[in-house]
Design a protein around this ligand. Structure first.
Ligand code: SF4
Length: 445
């Protein structure tokens, strides 16, 4: 246990924040310890564990985490806490109470299995930092990312999944470079998935390797095939709308869509802020009316967006405010340019790019630079990071000259990306149609 935690605990303070506890194998930093009137080795009091979460629903992993904290606190104070608490986001911050003993048997079972796997009792066990959703917020992200990149690990191939990596391991192919050079046609029948899916990740790896070897971005537009990829996209219409929403799920109990952005084929960009509930409602009504008006004039128009967030958010807003109920079905019938059930993997099967995104190290460096700049220059200073700082502070981002970045935002976001993709796909379709007759393969660098 950390010395300052012991000092605070033995002094009997009512609340201890970020208390550190540990033993030879386990360590935890408890968000909040609260004093209760239950005797322990400390005196007439003891402590219970509270954890503050950003998730609206408490997951099993949280209960396991709290069980570990309660066990460590129980060992330190000589009395297992009766209850443990999760404080969810929202407005009331009313803690959820969980009885410690209700979960103790399951906790002991999971813990003993984990200890057996990782060799916590001294047995050497080899592990590898396989990527998981937790990596995004893990303190070891930088180290693990570095190790994967050093190993040229297969997880760096965009769009590859775990079973494909397992299969490739069986085929003794464990690096991006190895996959890029894998023979085609695929010589073996895979146990997991189809041969085509391995052609796809092999080609993806090849383009990524070409990109890193040439030092310039590389992309290829694939041969056009009716009923697949970009050829599934509808014909362009002058009434098309490219829609992007920015939301914050932690505003109030149900979140807020705080910026509605629409890029139009003529290059213009329109937007509405939804910083308050009234503004959000007005922005929703504005968007639905805009789409209905354009549809009346151009019946073949479509609403394009990138990834499935936008249509579900529109339906949520209709339910929340009880407005535009008759129109919502027509408006929320959209084209997900990335992937929808209707258009069946429009994007990933259509274009290979060599970009797997900045490394976590680069992202962390950018955040550190932003933090340094804010510390040294002050929150009101003009400069290169001002827009990012404004976004972090949840205020409408401004540029150094005081104007908002909304106009720049319109040129730089998913709605515009969708617009570019639609036009690219239309051009590609035309190229594909021409080349199909001459037998050429389209390649753009
Ligand atoms: S970053 Fe964290 S969660 Fe991801 S592999 Fe490494 S240790 Fe595990």
């Amino acid at each position: 246990m950390h010395a300052s935690t012991r000092f605070a605990r033995e002094a009997g303070v009512d609340v201890i924040v970020q208390a550190a506890f540990g033993n030879k194998d386990w360590f935890g930093r408890v968000d909040v310890l609260r004093k209760i009137a239950k005797p322990s080795r400390l005196g007439d009091w003891s402590y219970e564990v509270f954890d503050c979460k950003l998730a609206h629903e408490t997951k099993a992993a949280t209960i396991l985490q709290l069980s570990l904290y309660s066990e460590l606190v129980g060992a330190a104070q000589g009395a297992l806490p009766d209850a443990m608490y999760v404080v969810p986001p929202g407005e009331t911050f009313e803690p959820e109470r969980y009885r410690t003993l209700d979960y103790a048997a399951y906790y002991r079972y999971v813990k003993s299995r984990l200890e057996a796997v990782i060799g916590a009792n001294g047995a050497a066990t080899e592990t590898y930092p396989e990527p998981t959703p937790h990596c995004d917020i893990c303190r070891w992200q930088r180290e693990c990312d570095k190790e994967r990149r050093g190993d040229d690990h297969l997880s760096l191939v965009a769009g590859i999944n775990k079973l494909q990596r397992k299969q490739l391991g069986i085929w003794e192919t464990t690096t991006v470079a190895g996959l890029a050079a894998y023979p085609l046609p695929i010589p073996h029948r895979p146990v997991y998935g189809s041969r085509e899916s391995y052609v796809r990740v092999r080609e993806q790896a090849r383009v990524q390797v070409a990109g890193r070897e040439s030092g310039t971005p590389v992309h290829e537009v694939l041969e056009m095939t009716d009923g697949h990829g970009l050829s599934l996209l509808p014909e362009p219409s002058p009434g098309d709308v490219f829609f992007d929403l920015e939301g914050d799920p932690f505003v109030g109990l149900s979140g807020r869509e705080y910026l509605f952005g629409v890029a139009l084929p003529d290059g213009s960009y329109e937007y509405r802020w939804g910083l308050t509930a009234d503004q959000e409602r007005d922005a929703f009504v504005w968007f639905v009316d805009l789409v209905m008006a354009r549809r009346a004039e151009h019946p073949a128009m479509h609403v394009y967006h990138y990834a499935p967030y936008e249509p579900s958010a529109l339906k949520r807003l209709m339910g929340r405010y009880g407005v535009r109920e008759d129109e919502i079905d027509a408006v929320a019938r959209t084209v997900d340019i990335k992937k929808t059930k209707k258009t069946a993997e429009v994007h990933p099967t259509a274009v290979f790019v060599d970009k797997t995104g900045p490394s976590s190290e680069e992202q962390a460096d950018a955040l550190y630079r932003l933090g340094d700049w804010t510390l040294f220059e002050g929150v009101n200073a003009p400069g290169p990071y001002r827009a990012a700082r404004d976004l972090l502070l949840r205020i409408p981002p401004r540029l150094a000259d005081g104007t908002t970045v909304v106009s720049a935002y319109g040129e730089d976001t998913k709605s515009s990306f969708a617009c570019v993709l639609r036009d690219t796909s239309h051009a590609a379709r035309q190229i594909g149609l021409r080349q199909r007759s001459t037998g050429q393969r389209s390649q753009v660098r």
